[in-house]
Design a protein around this ligand. Structure first.
Ligand SMILES: C[S@@+](CC[C@H](N)C(=O)[O-])C[C@H]1O[C@@H](n2cnc3c(N)ncnc32)[C@H](O)[C@@H]1O
Length: 212
């Protein structure tokens, strides 16, 4: 196996290294226009002052686009401080209107029910063990308010087996539902193909869950 699974102790070092050595527009997950994320967040039909968090946001332009559309309570969480600092800088003045949270989502202790919308593009699939998947589900279940919406995009069952040199767990709606447990209802499942900067196609599974 050419990929590796990371434990909590070296996950931080891995992503710090990625974000301090790679050009943001060359990484395989680079996406100039997060159109599907914006569409699904808009479909959630929340007020402009509702609390939205992009977990594992990296240097995605999503937070800035949300602020531009008038969302006033946007947060980005990432394990890599360097990614957050660069993302903040990328947004110029708009970055001051975003809450930046440097934390490992697996042991982050959010204020219960603080968020109305949880967005995760290409983070959750790095959690390959039952323990890490349970920790992710626990954080999500704590952070999201009842009736809140979780938008989760992972590599699909026919997607890549690795990313950034790490093994991933590929998903469909059923496996993500099983991972999140009975407190979440799957409302929508979509297939999408991401074109990497080097021209490779990556199949993604996008799921929208509602927290009961
Ligand atoms: C594949 S990138 C996706 C970035 C962004 N969501 C996008 O679509 O461009 C995964 C991101 O998750 C972050 N990450 C990895 N493990 C994490 C963890 N345990 N907690 C929080 N963030 C993590 C990485 O630093 C990286 O920015």
């Amino acid at each position: 196996m050419s990929g590796t699974d990371t434990g909590n102790e070296d996950r931080h070092a891995h992503w710090k290294n990625v974000w301090t050595t790679r050009d943001a527009d060359k990484v395989s997950w680079f996406q100039a226009d997060p159109a599907l994320s914006m569409k699904l967040i808009s479909q959630a039909g929340r007020r402009r002052d509702s609390a939205i968090i992009d977990v594992g946001g990296g240097r995605s332009p999503l937070a800035g686009l949300l602020v531009e559309q008038g969302y006033s309570n946007v947060a980005v969480l990432d394990i890599a401080e360097a990614a957050l600092a660069q993302a903040h800088q990328d947004l110029g003045g708009l970055g001051d209107d975003v809450t930046w949270i440097a934390a490992d989502v697996l042991d982050w202790q959010p204020v219960p029910g603080l968020f109305d919308v949880w967005h995760d593009r290409a983070l959750c699939h790095f959690f390959t063990t039952p323990e890490d998947q349970a920790a992710y589900a626990r954080t999500l279940g704590t952070a999201l308010a009842p009736d809140g919406i979780a938008i989760i995009a992972t590599f699909a069952l026919d997607g890549p087996e690795r990313c950034s040199g790490l093994n991933v767990a590929r998903h469909d709606g059923a496996s993500l539902s099983a991972m999140l447990g009975t407190g979440f209802v799957l409302e929508q499942e979509l297939a999408d193909t991401h074109l990497t900067p080097s021209g490779a196609e990556q199949r993604f599974c996008w799921c929208v869950f509602r927290r009961l």
